[in-house]
Design a protein around this ligand. Structure first.
Ligand code: FEO
Length: 392
C-alpha cells in the first residue's frame, strides 16, 4: 500500500493485514486489522511514529524505500505489533533515535533487545521541534499498557493515539467512511482491549479534552476526521450507566440448562428487559465482550461436569471478570445430577466485578414447576433491581 497523505508532510504508512484472523493467539479478528505508522517530515527533521507488526515488516520497509533520513522513531507503545519493526528501521537509519516514555524504555530493551544508547526518553508534555512541525508528547498510561503515550502535532491539529480509540478493521479507507462498520469494530476493540482500564480511560479522555483536535490518528483501523464520533462513543461506553440488558452466556449438555435459559429469557423479556443470550459452544468471544459493555446484569448458565461448572462457562466467567464491565448484578443458573459446586465455583470468580450477586438458581435434573417459579423469582428480582437503577 502506498503512503496516504493526511496533510502536507504528514502521511499514513504501515500495513493493512486483511487476512489476519487472530490477535495475541486469543482475540478473534473477523475484519482483519491494520498497523498504522505515520511519517512526519518537518523542514529540518523527520519522525516516524510507530512501526508495524514484524509479519508485515517488508510493507513498511518498501514504503520507506525513498525516505532518505529518519531522525526520530516515536514509540508510543512497546507491544510488538507497533514496535516490532523498530530494529529493522534502525538498521536502515543507524543515526535515528527512538523516543519513548520513561516506562517504555525498559520494555523496548527487554522485548526488542534495543541497545540503551539508541533510546531517548521524553517527559510528559515535552515537545520536539521538527522545523515547521512541533510534536508534543502526552503520557497516557494504561491504554492499555503502563507505558503508553500519545503525540499531538500542533500545526496540523492531529492527535496520534496508538491503540487508544482504534479498531481492528482492515480497510483501504484512510478515514471513517462506513460509520456503522467502524463503530462496531471500535466497540469490539474497546471491549476486548480497553474496558479493564476504564478508570484510566476517564483520566486520559479528560487529559485531551482541551486539545484542539481535527484528526485522531490511531494505530489500528481508519482515522477519524470527525473526532467526536469516536470520543462520544467512548464517553457512552465509559461514563454512562449500564443499559436495561441481561446477557446470558450459556452452555447446555442434555437440554436442562437450555430449558432454564429459555424460560428465564422469556420471563425477562415479558418484564420489558432486553436479553442477549450467547450459546458458548458457538460464541465469538468478541461479540460476547461487546455485549458486556452495556449489560446491567450477567447470568451465567451452566450444567455440571466433573462436579464443577462446564469449562466454557468457566471461561465466560473468567472473561467477564477480567474485562471488568460496568455490570451491576450477576447470578448463576444451572443444573446437576448428583452434586455440584458449580454455582459457588463461578460466583467466587467474580473478584474484580463491583456487582451485586443475586441468589443463583441451581437445580437437580430437568426443571420442574418449583424450578420455574424460582426462575420467575430471579427474573422479578432483576426487574426490580433494574427499576431501582433507573434503567427500566
Ligand atoms: Fe496494538 Fe497494544 O498493541
Amino acid at each position: 500500500m502506498k503512503p496516504m497523505i493526511i496533510r502536507p508532510g504528514v502521511s499514513k504508512i504501515g500495513a493493512v493485514h486483511f487476512e489476519r484472523r487472530l490477535f495475541d493467539s486469543l482475540i478473534p479478528l473477523p475484519n482483519g486489522t491494520s498497523y498504522n505508522a505515520y511519517l512526519i517530515e518537518g523542514s529540518s527533521k523527520t519522525a516516524l511514529l510507530d512501526t508495524v507488526d514484524p509479519m508485515k515488516a517488508e510493507v513498511l520497509m518498501e514504503q520507506l524505500k525513498d525516505v532518505s533520513k529518519i531522525d526520530y522513531i516515536i514509540a508510543h507503545h512497546a507491544e510488538q505489533d507497533h514496535s516490532g519493526t523498530i530494529p529493522m528501521v534502525l538498521e536502515k537509519y543507524p543515526n535515528a533515535k527512538v523516543l519513548c516514555s520513561q516506562k517504555a524504555k525498559g520494555f523496548l530493551m527487554d522485548l526488542l533487545l534495543l541497545p540503551e544508547e539508541k533510546i531517548i526518553t521524553v517527559a510528559d508534555g515535552e515537545t520536539l521541534d521538527l522545523g515547521d512541525k512541533t510534536l508534543t508528547f502526552i503520557y497516557a498510561p494504561w491504554v492499555h499498557w503502563p507505558e503508553t503515550m500519545f503525540t499531538y502535532l500542533k500545526e496540523d491539529k492531529i492527535l496520534f493515539t496508538c491503540d487508544f480509540l482504534g479498531s481492528h478493521l482492515a480497510t483501504s479507507d484512510l478515514y471513517v467512511i462506513d460509520r456503522c462498520q467502524v463503530y462496531d469494530a471500535a466497540k469490539r476493540y474497546y471491549a476486548e482491549i480497553m474496558m479493564p482500564f476504564r478508570s484510566f480511560i476517564e483520566k486520559n479522555l479528560d487529559k485531551i479534552k482541551d486539545l484542539d483536535i481535527q484528526i485522531i490518528a490511531p494505530s489500528h483501523g481508519p482515522l477519524y476526521d470527525d473526532p467526536n464520533f469516536i470520543l462520544d462513543a467512548y464517553k457512552d461506553w465509559v461514563y454512562h450507566k449500564p443499559k436495561n440488558i441481561v446477557v446470558i452466556p450459556y452452555v447446555s449438555m442434555h437440554g436442562s440448562v437450555k430449558k432454564m435459559e429459555e424460560y428465564l429469557e422469556t420471563s425477562l423479556i415479558a418484564k420489558g428487559i432486553k436479553v442477549e443470550p450467547f450459546d458458548l459452544t458457538v460464541t465469538d468471544t468478541g461479540e460476547l465482550s461487546m455485549a458486556l459493555i452495556d449489560a446491567a446484569t450477567i447470568i451465567i448458565a451452566t450444567p455440571t461436569v466433573l462436579a464443577g461448572a462446564h469449562p466454557m462457562a468457566v471461561y465466560a466467567a473468567y472473561l467477564a471478570n477480567a474485562l471488568k464491565p460496568k455490570t451491576e448484578f450477576v447470578s448463576i443458573i444451572g443444573s446437576y445430577s448428583w452434586g455440584s459446586r458449580a454455582d459457588k465455583q463461578l460466583t467466587e470468580m467474580f473478584t474484580n466485578l463491583k456487582a451485586e450477586l443475586i441468589s443463583p438458581v441451581f437445580i437437580k435434573g430437568y426443571p420442574k414447576d418449583e424450578d420455574f417459579k424460582a426462575l420467575d423469582n430471579l427474573s422479578h428480582t432483576i426487574a426490580q433491581k433494574h427499576r431501582e437503577l433507573g434503567i427500566l
